[in-house]
Design a protein around this ligand. Structure first.
Ligand code: AVI
Length: 372
């Protein structure tokens, strides 16, 4: 499958820097390659996916549309909430074990991050990479630079900001941002590696337990696609949130992580309705909805909905929808994983879980999956 939509530029950093002076690096800053833009927001698919979701028996809105500019900002705020333990737990794992994790990587390694956002968590991994695998003679502006950071995200502004933020601190790491959907970006970077640096390892980091936002079937499809792009010897560093039955994590901890006292998660959820009104000229009365999120213990997942407070109608394009009092529109699943579920999914999709690292409360894990 090839979904590359932009021409593949020659992979010679020095020349690109000369072409585009805003990317020119000072002596002790990392080189940033110009952002590769492969992603285009398609108004038609947004409209069709929204209408399909609202016509379904159990109404839903695709989770990915929670993340416009404002939605991404609200999500950044969620990650700093005291109730949202996921980010802190993952940061703790990286704080404790980044050196150990990176010691499993090859000396020639491109660290690819899927959904990098502001890239805050990655700082510890980059520090460990820089300390273990680069030295001052080996400056990133060399076209032979063997250590790269490749953030992939559809949010171009976040990519640009995080690349700039890393530029100064990691002078020996070449930064290669890609604005794309995950698999699109993966295909592109794997082609680059295969063509220009075949002995380099791709270490793909998927943070935040974002895989939990897919259904198990979608997650398996995602893992199989990724596996078909990776080579033996590459690695997948996967973050997953842990379920309640296989750990001592109280259900309340999960509940409040998605029902915070300042209603930031509620605003994040409701924002999708504002977005639909604005971008699709819909007439949804946003005040008719309230945030609803709870842990479904039988299916080990948070389910997030927008619940109607009263009967109302609205239109999206030529469609009119009637919504009953108490009716729910699903906006997100957030699946939680036991060790055995993770191992089973990995083995079904061509991976083996080599090692997992946990935070001290054992709320969250980071796992090293090897293609096999
Ligand atoms: C991005 N994702 C892993 C978050 C989660 O926890 O499932 C999204 C989120 N939704 C509500 N709060 C956070």
């Amino acid at each position: 499958m090839t979904i590359i939509t932009a021409p593949v530029p020659p992979d010679i950093p020095t020349r690109l820097m000369q072409q585009n002076s805003i990317f020119a690096s000072r002596a002790h800053n990392a080189t940033i390659l110009p952002i590769i833009h492969l992603w285009h927001h398609k108004h038609e698919s947004f409209l069709h996916e929204v209408i399909d979701g609202l016509l379904a028996e159990q109404k839903f809105l695709p989770t990915k549309y929670l993340y416009d500019q404002h939605g991404s900002e609200l999500f950044e705020r969620i990650t700093a909430l005291p109730e949202y333990y996921l980010t802190r737990s993952e940061q703790e794992i990286l704080h404790l074990y980044a050196d150990d994790i990176i010691s499993h990587a090859h000396t020639k390694c491109w660290l690819v991050e899927l959904g990098s956002g502001s890239g805050k968590k990655t700082r510890r991994l980059l520090q460990a990479l820089q300390e273990q695998y680069t030295n001052v003679e080996h400056h990133a502006s060399s076209e032979y630079s063997s250590v790269r950071y490749v953030p992939i995200d559809i949010a171009g502004e976040f990519l640009a900001a995080s690349a700039q933020a890393f530029q100064h601190d990691f002078p020996n790491i070449l930064i290669h941002p890609i604005c794309a959907e995950f698999m699109q970006g993966m295909e592109y970077i794997a082609q680059q590696r295969n063509a220009h640096a075949p002995n380099t390892q791709l270490l793909v980091y998927f943070p935040g337990s974002t895989i939990g936002n897919l259904t198990h079937e979608e997650a398996r499809t995602f893992l199989r696609q990724l596996r078909s792009i990776l080579h033996l010897g590459d690695a997948f560093l996967l973050a997953t949130d842990i379920d309640t039955s296989s750990s001592g994590k109280p259900i309340d901890v999960l509940h409040y992580a998605y029902n915070d006292q300042h209603d930031v998660t509620a605003a994040f959820n409701l924002n999708i309705l504002h977005r639909i009104n604005r971008e699709l000229h819909a007439t949804i009365p946003v005040e008719a909805y309230q945030h609803c999120a709870y842990y479904n213990a039988a299916l080990s997942r948070i389910e997030m909905y927008l619940e109607s407070r009263y009967y109302h109608t609205f239109s999206v394009s030529t469609h009119t929808f009637s919504i009953a009092k108490g009716e729910r529109i699903r906006t997100e699943y957030s699946h939680k994983f036991s060790d055995s579920l993770l191992q089973h999914m990995a083995s079904q999709t061509g991976f083996i879980v080599k090692r997992s690292w946990y935070d001290t409360q054992r709320f969250f894990r980071l796992s090293w999956l090897s293609p096999c």
